[in-house]
Design a protein around this ligand. Structure first.
Ligand code: NAD
Length: 323
């Protein structure tokens, strides 16, 4: 008689924005997902939200994986018992608010409940793994898996291992994320903000400076990204852009090095960054473009576009593979 296949178990701690999105991703990849939260209402809210999202994705034919929406939903269980969430899990993903004492207190609690081979991951946006894992026994299984929000629609995850990590953790975490359909990148060392938020911060910093200097308005600045840089960056990064915009890197350097060095030398620190009258100005210009009472609808609009874009990318990738 064929042995019954059991699904691998994943524990997710925290059922907010990121935790519920990961729950959907793991469920679509046919894991048995246990979602834990200290707030029971968060858990019931997460289930309602996931059900509604799966229904909508199904109607738009944008579901991930090959399971039906109901099968995916049935792969997700909730619990208010942390041991039930993490015991015998192959992967535990902590997704609680960005406070180091909160995260480390959870690791201390679950340290002895985890199996020896379980990978303990955190969604932290900026906390360093050497600080988060310093005092736990399972520091050799600890890794940052930093998602892009919303993870279901934007697939990049940054993997940043703890300094004590076993050699199998990074390749296993990478393989699991790929199974989910995410796109993992591996950081070779810890750095403040990891890579995603460092690049994003550089863009925000110069954008603020250009508003300070009254070079352009907020709407125009955002269009530079959405109709210009962002169009290319959706499928080629800054290095491939340089490579293609000339005849490889050496010719790019010949043609543009002096120009770029001149621009970079003119960069200055922003004034009243995220504060003062400049903050009032940006808020007021944003309100003209997206009134505050339309934020939920606008987020939904963003997520649908991201999902449709992901589907278009997949169709083009599949067509290329099948050539
Ligand atoms: N939202 C983003 O844009 C984004 C992007 C990338 C990474 N992150 C990171 O992901 C993590 C989670 O962020 P989020 O936006 O999902 O937060 P959130 O506030 O939406 O959700 C956090 C959840 O954790 C629960 N929680 C709080 N204390 C808990 C405890 N002791 N045990 C179990 N559950 C607990 C809360 O009830 C809530 O449901 C943070 O570290 C954040 O920095 C967030």
């Amino acid at each position: 008689m064929a042995s019954k296949l059991t699904k691998e178990k994943v524990g997710i701690i925290g059922s907010g924005l990121i935790g519920r999105s990961f729950a959907m991703l793991f469920a679509a990849a046919e894991y048995e997902v246990w979602l834990y939260d200290i707030e029971k209402t968060q858990l019931s809210g997460a289930l309602e939200d996931i059900k509604a999202q799966l229904k909508e994705l199904d109607s738009l034919q944008l579901l991930r994986g090959s399971l039906t929406a109901d099968q995916q939903f049935n792969n997700i269980k909730t619990t208010d018992n942390i041991e039930q969430c993490v015991k015998d899990a192959v992967f535990v993903h902590e997704c609680v608010p960005e406070r180091i004492e909160l995260k480390t207190s959870i690791y201390a609690k679950i340290d002895k409940m985890l199996s020896d081979t379980c990978i303990l991951a955190t969604s932290t946006s900026a906390l360093q793994p050497s600080k988060l894992a310093a005092n736990i026994e399972r520091k050799n299984r600890f890794i940052v898996v930093h998602p892009t929000n919303p993870p279901f629609y934007a697939p990049l995850v940054e993997l940043v291992p703890s300094p004590w990590v076993d050699s199998d953790v990074v390749p296993k975490a990478k393989a699991i994320m790929e199974k989910l359909g995410q796109v993992p990148v591996i950081l070779k060392k810890e750095i403040e903000g990891f890579v995603f938020n460092r690049i994003q911060s550089a863009v925000i910093k110069e954008s603020w400076r250009l508003i300070n200097d009254d070079v352009i308005d907020v709407e125009g600045l955002d269009k530079v990204m959405t109709a210009g840089l962002g169009r290319r960056y959706a499928f080629i990064g800054p290095f491939e852009t340089m490579y293609l915009n000339a005849d490889g890197m050496y010719s790019y350097a010949d043609w543009y090095k002096t120009m770029l060095e001149g621009i970079m030398a003119s960069f200055r620190e922003p004034v009243n960054f995220l504060s003062g009258p400049e903050l009032d100005q940006v808020q007021s210009e944003m309100e003209q473009m997206v009134p505050m009472d339309t934020l939920p609808a606008r987020r939904n609009w963003r997520d649908k576009r991201l999902a449709a874009f992901a589907q278009l990318q997949k169709q083009m990738d599949d067509a290329e593979k099948n050539k």
